[in-house]
Ligand binder design. Structure first.
Ligand code: ARG
Length: 456
């Protein structure tokens, strides 16, 4: 195919080199934003008298036609990249005037503009998905304020907590993710258009006007930086990686909880899968895939950092490699969030009996024994040591704290009285952790109401 660049070249590209150089195989996803950017550019050219108003209008209409073709699946994706393919088709559709579109513009400021518009939209979509996901989590939490679940540190039973409190911990992570997305959106939403290849242009363009037409909050101040900066991509990939870290930690818990050893949840058939060989199996493929997919997104982040670290100013073709990283990250993020939302909506059933039995049958109320003595005037460290002896006694005799007789309690310390039994029931143990941000039911109800308002 004939090259769109100048006639300084005598021979065509070697076909293997042509294919190697091309990005049309993956950057077509930019077409809708490429068209929008070009329409803004054409309007600006006309407004500034660089082309006539009629020419501007022809370009805008031709570009609209291209978008329709793309949406109908009939756009001819030919050429090195999406930018050339659009210009080529535009000239087919509107004739010679199509060749005026690229006045005062380079593919370097064009592709940077496209990528920023694309990411801005992706950020808004993902923010909305996170909000929906948070709503679903709040719904499950609301049903389980007084359902207790063992709380762990070092994956050893530590203290029981409200299941809602546990779920609201995830809510907090996704809340920070939403805020982070809004913060990086501000730096994504700046216009590089009009920076030209690297140095600006001789034409009397109006960068603020195109920025305004495209909904950008401002213009990149330095033309070299405008075309070579991909910090906003790194920031997006970092934020995406953190969201996946959160989804992956959650996945790990779902996988553990559904093992026979834990048995805290069961999978509904709509969200679990079977084994091709073992008829009894029901597998948690969804959280496993989410956990697994984090790897590729971390990989994209690493790739981009490496691509950027040795680049001289300004645009270098290395930057074409940012596209697939971005596209795959957006797709992975969206599909993981969609799947996890469904899992929490309908995929799992908490096994309340098993949970109740779990918090009844361990020594995770030992802290409360020490706290009990402390409120009766024993210094905490001494109370802790005495409770240590009691725990040792229980472990050696295979009993639980609630099984000790009052005489046995008092053998360890005279301050133990009948009310020790009430103080160490799981319900009481949780209810009394009513410090700000703690798992006490009153705290959890307040936190839940705030969370519901945050994602309403
Ligand atoms: N396809 C290129 C990219 O994605 C567009 C910019 C090309 N610019 C250039 N000077 N070759 O980065």
């Amino acid at each position: 195919m004939s090259q769109p660049w100048s006639q300084r070249f005598d021979s065509p590209l070697h076909p293997t080199i042509e294919a190697f150089n091309a990005s049309i195989g993956f950057d077509l996803a930019l077409l809708p934003v490429d068209v929008r950017g070009s329409q803004a550019h054409a309007r600006m050219l006309a407004r500034q008298g660089i082309i006539t108003p009629e020419e501007g209008e022809q370009l805008v209409q031709g570009l609209a036609q291209i978008l329709r073709e793309y949406e109908q699946g009939t756009f001819p994706a030919q050429g090195e990249d999406v930018h050339f393919a659009v210009e080529r088709r535009l000239t087919e559709l509107v004739g010679e005037v199509g060749k005026k579109l690229h006045t005062a513009r380079s593919r370097n400021d064009q592709v940077a503009t496209d990528l920023r518009l694309y990411l801005r939209e992706a950020i808004d979509d993902v923010t909305e998905q996170l909000r929906r996901f948070q709503q679903v989590l709040c719904g499950v939490a609301a049903a389980h304020v007084e359902t207790l679940i063992p709380g762990y540190t070092h994956l050893q039973r530590a203290q029981p907590v409200s299941l809602a409190h546990h779920l609201l911990a995830y809510f907090e992570m996704f809340q920070r993710d939403k805020i982070r997305l809004q913060e990086i959106r501000q730096r994504v939403n700046i216009s590089p258009l009009g920076a030209g290849a690297l140095a600006g242009t001789t034409f009397p363009i109006d960068r603020e006007y195109t920025a305004e037409l495209l909904g950008f909050q401002g213009v990149c101040a330095n033309s070299l930086d405008a075309v070579s900066d991909r910090d906003f991509v790194v920031e997006f990939l970092t934020t995406a990686s953190l969201i996946l870290v959160h989804l992956s930690r959650m996945s790990e818990e779902l996988i553990l909880w559904s093992s026979q050893e834990f048995g805290f949840i069961q999978w509904r058939d709509s969200c679990a899968t079977g084994s091709s060989m073992m008829p009894q199996k029901k597998n948690p493929d969804v959280p496993e895939l989410v956990r697994g997919k984090t790897g590729r997104v971390f990989g994209h982040l690493q790739a981009l950092l490496v691509i950027l670290k040795g680049l001289p100013l300004a645009y270098n073709k290395d930057l074409q490699e940012d596209k697939e990283a971005v596209f795959d990250t957006v797709k992975t993020l969206k599909t993981c969030l969609a799947a996890m939302t469904i899992v929490w909506q309908e995929g799992i059933v908490f096994q309340k009996q098993r949970l109740a039995q779990a918090v009844e049958s361990d020594l995770s109320n030992a802290t409360d024994v020490a706290d009990y003595l402390t409120t009766k005037g024993v210094p905490f460290r001494s109370a802790y040591q005495i409770t240590g002896q009691i725990v040792k006694f229980c472990v050696n005799s295979g009993r639980l704290l609630k099984d000790l007789t009052l005489a046995e309690w008092q053998g360890f310390h005279p301050q133990f009285a009948e009310d020790i039994y009430q103080a160490i029931t799981p319900q009481e143990v949780v209810a009394r952790r009513n410090s700000l941000g703690g798992t006490g039911f009153a705290q959890v109800r307040t936190a839940l109401a705030k969370a519901q308002a945050d994602c309403a």
